[in-house]
Design a protein around this ligand. Sequence first.
Ligand SMILES: *Cc1c(COP(=O)(O)O)cnc(C)c1O
Length: 369
Amino acid sequence: MTQTPDKARPTPRAGIMDIEAYVPGKSTAPAGVAKVHKLSSNENPLGPSPKAIEAAREVAAKLDIYPDGTARRLREAIAEVHGLNPQNIICSNGSDEILGLLAQTYLAPGDEAIFTEHAFMVYKIYIQSAGALPIAVKESEERADVDAILAAVTPRTKIVFLANPNNPTGTYLPFQEVRRLHAALPKTVLLVLDAAYAEYVRRNDYEAGIELAGSSDNVVMTRTFSKIGLGGARIGWMYGPMHIVEAINRVRGPFNVNAMAIEAGIAAIRDRAHVERSIAHNEIWLSWLSEQMTGLGLRVTPSVGNFLLIHFPDDQRHSAAAADDYLTARGYILRRVSGYGFPNALRMSVGTEEANRGVVAALTTFLKS
Ligand SMILES: *Cc1c(COP(=O)(O)O)cnc(C)c1O
């Protein structure tokens, strides 16, 4: 196509403008609402570890100094807590960044990468950014379906992204199923186990993927500090085989994790009491919320995360959109999930006791209206 000189301008690579930009959870309510409860991004209602706040405050005085580009001390702290070799860990600016780096490193135009129907939307964005083809496969009862994933594998498949547990459904694959998937995948396909909610899962048949990533050449596990109290600090990490670590480290920005994140992260992961308190709070309120919503006649997808997918009735007056408006007007910010294939559901993060009780009370009135 010829362009007239005055219209000439830089153009993005083919496919970039086909990407639908990620829409984050809302964080504001209309003016006049006394108190806003943000339940839209699966943050920790108990907040950051007080030790992480203190560590960030201390490093604030030294912000003129570049951080350690390899985040060595943070990797060592993670390794110590999880019993890993720090060499096999890469830290990142949120786990989003490491997911993007994996796509950038292992996908070329014409390649395919697989994820599931209702999976976390960031995968598709990074696959398209790399010029590769996003392949969404059907789930079964709002859960990843190993057979459907395997049936979608072609000679062009380079990555399978599996969120376990998944967001926004909160469902998980027992590890036996993950192993079955891995065993049947070609050795050349990279299996990315995104275990963003691993801390919260309380199931005997669940594993985040440490053992599989530690014993296979084609598996990595990604994790995040975001859902356990440090969403604003942006800290994620990956654990995987050395050959993948070495490839990613060539592509990674030299100082991708900032000094405040490094210090806050080290303090947070060592504060096991705060992590345990957060998990205990979640266990109580996740099941309370599920029971209450079910009692209101709303279907909830069984969740093992720190959030709940709530499905609304078919009638217009009580739709998810109407519920969202009703709750927002009262300061309860939930997450619309139409973009995830759930036009009539809302995702609610487990909140403080006050927020949880408030949402249930508001929905009780809303459903009677
Ligand atoms: C929140 C989330 C992430 C990443 O979060 P970061 O804040 O970038 O670490 C990754 N995967 C899933 C499934 C998530 O829900």
